[in-house]
Design a binder for this molecule. Sequence first.
Ligand code: TYM
Length: 344
Amino acid sequence: MNSLRPRVFSGVQPTGNLHLGNYLGAVSRFVPLQESFECIFCVVDMHAITVWQDPHELAHNTREVTAAFIAAGIDAKRHIVFNQSQVSAHAELAWVFNCVARLGWLNRMTQFKEKAGKDRENASVGLYAYPSLMAADILAYRATHVPVGEDQKQHLELARDIAQKFNNDFAETIAEAGYNDGFFPLTEPLIAGPATRVMSLRDGTKKMSKSDPSDLSRINLTDDADTIAKKIRKAKTDPEPLPSEAKGLESRPEASNLVGIYAALTDKPIADVLTEFGGAQFSGFKQALIDVAVEKLSPITGEMKRLMDDQSHIDTILAEGAQRARQIAAPIFAEVRKIVGFVG
Ligand code: TYM
């Protein structure tokens, strides 16, 4: 298994506007990985429908996430960009994994608890089985590395547990098929940098999220410069000036969040940002943050708009990506069929 070639897989749900957390925690971090890995980036429309999606909006959002990938610098010619539902191996492998994963494991998933809320009985079965499909996304390509934000850590641990249990349960047929060291890799999460958990601009203890009812809580990748400026100006802060050392950010969630965002946008360590702004009032720091946010995000927003004007071009990217994804996944799933004992 160690001989598997390094391969990156990651997914983003088309469930509404992409926001700064998605960009800094995930999409922007995909870009440099293209230099050293073979990469597969997936718009996970099957994950999206685990909660109700208006069909027209789902289609629009699928194209918009694709546009965001391309606008952020993902090269769909050298790497693979596609939407999940076009490659049936995801659903097929997810079923096998549903039979490998244990109820007890899924019961521990905090994201299910958060999303299902109090009305658990009324949550979809898909929402519960979500992590099993996520493991299938990654392992359908035997991907070795998965860049994500901090909130996906538990799901990636589950993907490792599923891979491990599959390798153990089917050890005999895996060896018969000629694999000496298990079939599925124990995927490594890539969770790093100053923005693995970008928080709400209205409450530094809550994650920035697509589902927050307040649009002021997040910066969307579709926001124009004036909206970005307004949201940053209105962002919650505390009355103290900025500290000069990282220790001074402890128990100051809003300050810590804004400094982390600045660090990620400028690709500087937090310590350097604090050397520059230590002692400054938020008014000055916020203006600097507005400047870097607009400078970084406006070209992406503009390019997304341009790409969205040519829907057929986006659909072609997705169709070609899906075609290439199928070519990788098909022989892997054929091996899984043999290993499990499916005839034909
Ligand atoms: P999703 O669509 O919620 O988010 C996409 C990516 O953005 C990251 N992210 C954040 N990072 C930092 N701060 C935040 N506030 C923030 N909010 C979101 C997420 O961690 C993620 O990397 N289950 C996944 C999608 C998925 C997937 C996969 C990921 C499906 N299959 C296989 C990796 C591999 C999700 O719902 O991400």
